[in-house]
Every structure is written in C-alpha cells, then in structure tokens.
Design a protein around this ligand. Structure first.
Ligand code: FE2
Length: 380
C-alpha cells in the first residue's frame, strides 16, 4: 500500500548543483499573527532572538505592525494587522498565528519570478521595488501550499537593517544565557491526503528542487496514526523542505490534527541548527520553553544504537533530546511544544554531526509522544 520509496537516510542527498532560479538562502520566515508586539516578545524573551527592526504606524506603515527578529543567520518576521477585515486579519482568523511567507533570497528577484512563472508558478505579487536612503529591495511573490507564499527577495543593493519602511531597533541587553541558535536547517509543510506528490512536483518543476528522501507509512507509523513524507532540496542543498501528508491509521494522525486546526495546508515546523543542543535546550528551558518528551525506554535503545559514539545519554534523556544516525554520521534533535494555542506550528532544534537526514529513526518514538499530547487535547 505504500507508494513512496525509502532510500537510506542521506544516501541520495547529493546536491545536483542545478539552481535555475539562483536561490541563495531562506531570507526570512514571516508569520502573520494576532498580536505582533506580544509574539515578538515571546520570540525574544523565550527563544532568545533579538528584535532588530520594526515597521508600523510610527514608520509610516498604516495597516500593520511588523517586528524583525534575528538569531544567528535566522530571521523571523512577525506581522499583525492593525485593522479589521484586512488580508492579514482574515488569515489569522482562519489559520491562527502561522507562517505566511517563506521568502527566498535571490540575486535577481524579477528573473527568479519570471523563471518560476514560466515553470508553472502562480503569481501573487508582480515584481516591485522599495527604496529609501539605504538603497533598494526588489521583491516578487509566488503561491506555495495552502495560503503560504514564497517571496523572492533581492537585497544586493540594500544596506539597511531589513527593508524600506522598517526602522532599526536597538538590541536589548539580554540578562539570560545565550540560546545559541545558528541558522535555518529545514522547514516542513503539512499538506492534504494525496497531495504530497503534487507539491514535490511543484518544487521540482517550479523551483528546480530535487527529491532527496521519502518515508512510507510503514516507516512512520504507530498503532494509531501514520504519515508519509518526502524531502525536496534546492540544487546546492542549502534549502530543504520536507513535505508531509497524512496516511490512513486507526485514529486521526498529527497531520490531520494540524490540517483541521490550521484550516488547510501550511508550515508545521522550522528546524534550527545549533552546535551545542544540550546548552541550547538548557538555556531555552531556563527561559520557559517546553519540549516534547519521549518514553524512557527510548534511551535504553539509544544506548545500544550509539554504543560506539561518545554521547552524554544522561543529559539527552534529562532534556528529552533524540539521536539518530545513518551512513554519514549522526544528529541530535528535539521538538518544542506548540508556539501558539492551536496545535499547528512548533520549532525543532538540530545538531548535525555528518548526517544530512531528518531523524526518521526517531519518528516513531516522536509519534508516541505527539499522540500523548493529542490525546490530552482530545483530538486523537
Ligand atoms: Fe524536522
């Protein structure tokens, strides 16, 4: 019944080098939220980001307030509507706080947009440019899954903090230990049943990505629920988007729960790199961030799987950090509780040691933990 292939993790994750749109990196992840002031405070105080820029009525932007948050190379933007009935307000009413735009930095926004459209993308915003005393930012936007979009951002001619309309914010001296998050690793889409292959093809055809991994529902299932997942990557391997769809199970899967509460497809989680996950999790816990915990039996098994690798298994177990390995090395990862009231978006931390996988070996243990949370919410 499974139709996906399941190559060894990382086995075919070799970059192709093909990059028809000249994608450089993920530029920012923009969340549309109900209250940007409070969301920015949460990502600063709990997650250790700096608030580096602001746009709103005080800077001449009348209909919204946006805060730009930075940690390492990772940039988040949280935006709220200041008016009833706007596109942002409607998005938030439908989806709750969620990711609107996974923007992609390019050398030439107009060229990337034209190439994407010629490859079948649906346009959202035609190429436009904004300028101020610091230079010019050029942007153009295409549709992705659900109401999520990709904006191509060209900032080679811009010296300012983020974009015209934004003013720099002075960094607040953070009295708490640094969290140490470094960069975007991957972001995961949840799409509807039987739509995973459609979106894999979208990334292949439109953005020139290629598939690097697939898991079947045999790999990722518990007694009750399952999912199927494929991972697409850009040609140089900097941008990786796993795409999940629910698979039939006895009860409702975590992807079904997401689709129900998000009212459709959307971004499920962002994985962020750290080079010391134990230190990062320790710092985040001190700030009040909570993480998923797997059953203790997981660590008995982990000791066997990693008998030849020096790992502080006691510390991993104390914090609930997971480990997985493949031919190329290993990785450590942990998943946070939800970032908002709806069971939709959360974060992952990941510390990689050679492995370019996504922790498939942990999915089953993780599902058991996720289902325990789902059960508590009465959604299983
Ligand atoms: Fe992940």
């Amino acid at each position: 019944m499974s139709t996906t292939t399941a190559p060894a993790p990382g086995a075919d994750a070799v970059p192709t080098g093909a990059d028809p749109l000249d994608l450089e990196a993920v530029d920012a992840l923009e969340f549309w939220v109900g209250n940007a002031l409070q969301a920015a405070h949460f990502y600063r105080t709990a997650w250790g980001f700096d608030i580096v820029a602001y746009a709103g009525p005080e800077t001449g932007v009348r209909d919204r307030a946006s805060y730009v948050l930075q940690q390492g190379e990772l940039r988040l933007v949280v935006t709220a509507s200041t008016r009833e009935g706007s596109e942002i307000a409607r998005h938030v009413a439908r989806h709750g706080d969620g990711a609107r735009d996974i923007s992609l930095r390019v050398a030439d926004a107009e060229a990337a947009f034209r190439e994407a459209i010629s490859r079948g993308a649906v346009p959202v915003h035609a190429p436009s440019e904004d300028s101020d005393g610091e230079g010019v930012v050029r942007r153009a936007t295409i549709q992705a899954y659900g109401e999520t979009v990709h904006t191509f951002v060209e900032r080679g001619d811009y010296r300012g903090i983020y974009a015209p309309g934004y003013e720099a914010r002075e960094t607040v001296v953070d009295p708490l230990p640094s969290v140490g998050l470094l960069a975007f690793d991957h972001s995961v889409a949840n799409v509807e049943l039987n739509r995973m292959n459609f979106w894999v093809e979208f990334y292949e055809k439109v953005l020139g990505f290629h598939m690097i991994q697939g898991f079947t529902d045999d790999d990722i299932s518990t007694e009750y629920s399952a999912l199927m997942s494929k991972v697409v990557s850009d040609g140089v391997g900097r941008i990786k988007f796993p795409i999940n769809e629910p698979a039939p199970g006895k009860r409702r899967s975590q992807v079904d729960e997401y689709l129900d509460f998000y009212s459709g497809p959307g971004l499920q989680h962002i994985a962020i790199n750290t080079d010391d996950i134990i230190a990062s999790v320790t710092a985040l816990e001190a700030r009040g961030v909570e993480f998923m915990h797997v059953p203790g039996t997981y660590y008995e098994d982990l000791r066997k799987r990693f008998s030849d690798v020096h790992l502080d298994v006691e510390a991993l177990e104390h914090h609930g950090i997971l480990a997985d390995r493949d031919d190329e090395g290993y990785l450590l990862q942990i998943f946070s509780h939800m970032n908002q009231d709806r069971p939709t978006v959360f974060f992952e931390l990941i510390e990689r040691h050679g492995s370019r996988g996504f922790g498939n070996g942990n999915f089953k243990a993780l599902f058991v933990a996720l289902e325990a949370e789902q059960e508590r919410r009465g959604n299983l």
